[in-house]
Ligand binder design. Structure first.
Ligand SMILES: Nc1nc2c(c(=O)[nH]1)N[C@H]1C(S)=C(S)[C@@H](COP(=O)(O)OP(=O)(O)OC[C@H]3O[C@@H](n4cnc5c(=O)[nH]c(N)nc54)[C@H](O)[C@@H]3O)O[C@H]1N2
Ligand SMILES: Nc1nc2c(c(=O)[nH]1)N[C@H]1C(S)=C(S)[C@@H](COP(=O)(O)OP(=O)(O)OC[C@H]3O[C@@H](n4cnc5c(=O)[nH]c(N)nc54)[C@H](O)[C@@H]3O)O[C@H]1N2
Ligand code: SF4
Ligand SMILES: [Mo]
Length: 714
């Protein structure tokens, strides 16, 4: 009897608890895997708790990493910006949206009247949904009529994107679905730290290894990813292109090439072969720091394998020869015929949540939606038609992200509209960038938080987080996913696309921005991308809900998108892929007596990019609350640096203070600092602004530095 009563009480409590439970069906806002998850909200008398639960889906297969587990914490943080703010006498004051609109319209109009349309720059980001990214491009070209728009993906995706476009005629992060990894007999992981940066993908690689795949990792550091490899090539920073040449030389000379594939599906092999014949493997070993025996071993493993995949990420790409370095890894896949088959293909591991979609629909200086070119007359005419404007009124090509900062410094650009980026922390040569931003007559930032850049703004427009904003994002496989909204916007925050529409209306362009929902924008994007390389025409919200993701290109609403690219031909008009001879290249800045070490930069597991979001998550911030410098014990000894002491790291451009971390996981000639902190720990105060001449990627991964203890002991 008593037991029954207890049960009855328990059931009543459970029912009450259930009534007070709300499940948000969403996906992680951080990296390019875009793991689906549920955030369970439980509320009681004045309290609320939140728990993230992984949700099964094709990419993550129901896994979630620690960042995804805690991503609701920043969205729910108490310091979200809840209303527009204007800077008055150096202090932010709360204003209404009406005042914000009036201010932005009057400032932008006045600046354009005085200096011309191109005096305004627009700076976007790869966290924006496809809808907002598309609209930002339209906003710059139609509402502002400015040529100057670019985005943070320039620092992320541009080397691999330009290499894919030139070699294959098309750029999509992975040419194959993730499920192909298990079928690869040999895998090259070049400059990618999947263990920390896309942790939920690791089981694909462990599975492949268990099934007998040989894994080669190329990284100047020992990481969770290199630990998985059968062979770790501990390359000198910036020397990947030469290393790939060494592997190619062995492959060609030992006859591991696929002649039928080369003949039928590629161009340029003879030039490449001649170029490799003139190279010397011992010299390559010398300049890359990788012994010739290991280069041979890697080449043999990849050359002999029946299937194989090559992956690159920012270690190879964020270099002043990033474009050519990636091309050389594409050469490896092509000469061995490892493309367009199950278990054979290439992948640039994209970075941000919408790193892929963000690079397709017009945020880039030279690009129109659907991966169309702003320089191409037919592309211009098509997009002008979709937008209802005269093609002659479409501005021309602008400049890359860092070059925009140079134009700001030179006072050619007088106002900047930032949406979804923290450029003062993420650009190289950050002191110069900050100095430039201070010269602006008007800086507008749309963000959820007072980022380092937002703090410098004249006007802050509060935006919504991933829990509130509906839209599509495209993951690293080229799979378009719909993220539903789950909460109302907090305070007076608005979605990015609403902000853009309302500002455009104040600039007299309401007719071009009539949207009432994200879906309406997506409907226009479908048409704008139709017939382009990144064709989304066949994708609808209804389909995304039903099918849980659709690959692009998808020109047809009733047919599946293309999972695996280049099975029969490449995207160039003649169907062939292009091989290229890649000369040795040395990093722009060499070590010297004054700056004897090479600095490379990157990421840690628990933080995301400039840390604006993850530093606001108490669970994540607690795990790594300050930056640090990885240094080899032998090098540390030479520079009289002990473990866990504050040190000054200095380059020709600037200096920072970070704590030392002695570890034999790094080369003796190299030090490493993560990128997730601002202010005195902002590693980009030190990095080099030199750009790759083709894709304008900065060489974030190598510069020359000196280190010394902050407090010198005698
Ligand atoms: N935890 C976490 N995950 C993230 C992000 C994050 O900030 N934090 N950011 C997301 C984004 S936007 C991106 S772009 C991706 C980045 O993903 P990754 O590119 O994998 O990350 P990084 O740490 O920048 O660099 C990868 C590796 O390159 C190595 N490396 C440095 N210099 C060289 C070199 O000269 N040659 C070679 N071969 N390797 C080198 C570094 O030691 C590092 O281990 O991660 C995404 N995922
Ligand atoms: N030294 C060094 N520097 C690097 C790199 C490196 O490896 N080394 N990596 C580079 C790479 S790969 C990248 S991707 C860049 C990234 O550099 P940033 O673009 O500066 O990175 P985030 O920290 O993501 O900045 C995003 C800002 O937008 C806000 N935000 C997030 N979501 C939204 C949204 O939906 N709408 C709006 N309006 N705002 C939003 C966030 O709060 C944050 O303030 O950094 C680059 N810089
Ligand atoms: S950070 Fe990336 S791997 Fe981790 S949960 Fe989010 S999307 Fe998945
Ligand atoms: Mo990135």
């Amino acid at each position: 009897m008593r037991l029954q009563e207890d049960n009855a009480i328990n059931e009543t409590c459970a029912a009450q608890a259930l009534e007070q439970e709300r499940v948000m069906d969403t996906q992680c806002p951080f990296c390019s895997v875009q793991c689906k998850k549920l955030v369970v909200e439980q509320t009681g008398d004045g309290w609320a708790t939140y728990t993230a639960v992984p949700k099964p889906n094709a990419a993550s297969e129901g896994r979630l990493c620690t960042k995804g587990m805690h991503a609701h914490q920043h969205a729910l943080a108490s310091d979200r910006i809840l209303h527009p703010m204007a800077k008055v006498d150096g202090e932010f004051v709360r204003i209404s949206w009406e005042e914000a609109h009036r201010l932005v319209a009057s400032k932008l109009t006045a600046i354009q009247r005085t200096y011309g349309d191109d005096a305004i720059g627009v700076y976007g980001g790869g966290s924006l949904t496809n809808e907002s990214a598309y609209l930002l491009g339209k906003f710059a070209r139609v509402a502002l009529r400015s040529r100057y728009i670019d985005y943070n993906g320039r620092f992320c995706m541009s080397a691999a994107a330009s290499a894919g476009n030139k070699a294959f005629g098309m750029d999509r992060g992975l040419t194959n679905p993730l499920s192909d990894i298990a079928h690869a007999r040999c895998i090259i992981l070049a400059g990618t730290n999947i263990a920390e940066c896309q942790p939920t993908l690791m089981p694909y690689f462990t599975q492949a290894k268990e099934d007998g795949a040989f894994i080669i990792a190329i990284d100047p550091r020992r990481t969770g990813t290199t630990e998985l490899a059968n062979l770790h090539l501990n390359v000198k920073p910036g020397m990947d292109a030469a290393l790939a040449s060494g592997m190619l030389k062995v492959i060609v000379e030992q006859g591991y090439t696929d002649h039928a594939f080369i003949e039928a599906r590629t161009k340029g092999f003879n030039e490449l072969k001649e170029h490799l014949a003139a190279m010397d493997l011992e010299q390559i070993a010398e300049i890359t720091g990788v012994p010739a025996g290991l280069i041979r071993q890697a080449a043999e493993a990849f050359g002999k394998a029946s299937t194989g995949m090559v992956f690159t990420a920012r270690g190879v790409e964020q270099q002043t020869d990033g474009y050519l370095a990636v091309r050389n890894f594409l050469n490896l896949a092509l000469v061995t015929g490892k493309m367009g088959r199950e278990g054979s293909g290439y992948g640039a591991i994209t970075g941000q949540g919408n790193g892929q979609g963000g690079r397709e629909h017009g945020q880039k200086a030279d690009q129109l939606p659907g991966y169309r070119s702003i320089d191409n007359e037919a592309d211009r005419a098509y997009i002008a038609g979709v937008w209802g404007i005269d093609a002659g009124d479409l501005p021309g090509k602008g400049v890359s992200a860092y070059e925009m900062m140079e134009k700001i410094h030179a006072e050619e650009i007088r106002a900047l509209f930032v949406m979804g980026s923290n450029p003062v922390v993420s650009n190289p040569n950050a002191d110069f960038v900050e100095e430039g931003l201070r010269k602006l007559e008007f800086l507008v930032v749309s963000d959820m938080f007072l980022s380092e850049t937002a703090r410098m703004a004249d006007l802050i427009l509060p935006t919504t987080s991933y829990l509130e904003n509906e839209g599509t994002l495209t993951n690293l496989e080229g799979r378009v996913l719909l993220r539903e909204a789950n909460r109302p916007a907090p305070g007076e925050a608005k979605h990015d696309w609403q902000i853009l529409g309302e500002v455009a209306a104040r600039l007299g362009k309401a007719a071009y921005f009539p949207y009432k929902s994200a879906e309406q924008i997506f409907e226009e994007l479908r048409i704008a991308s139709r017939g382009g390389i990144a064709d989304y025409y066949g994708i609808t919200y209804e389909r995304l809900r039903r099918e849980e993701g659709v690959y692009w290109p998808c020109p047809d609403p009733v047919r599946p998108g293309e999972k695996r690219l280049f099975e029969r031909s490449f995207a160039h008009p003649d169907g062939k892929a292009e091989l290229i001879a890649v000369p040795h290249h040395f990093p722009d800045e060499q070590v010297s007596e004054a700056y004897p070490l090479q600095l490379t930069t990157g990421r840690v597991l628990t933080h995301y990019l400039t840390g604006v979001q993850t530093r606001r998550s108490h669970s994540l911030a607690a795990r790594q609350f300050e930056s640090y410098l990885e240094i080899h014990p032998a090098t540390a000894k030479k520079h009289r640096i002990e473990d866990a002491v504050l040190i000054r790291l200095e380059s020709r451009r600037g200096s920072i203070v970070v704590r030392s971390k002695l570890t034999a996981d790094i080369r003796e000639d190299t030090v490493f600092v993560p990128m997730h902190w601002g202010g005195i720990q902002n590693v980009n105060k030190v990095t080099n602004e030199a750009l790759d001449p083709t894709c304008k990627m900065p060489g974030f991964k190598v510069c020359a530095v000196q280190v010394r203890p902050l407090i010198e002991s005698d």
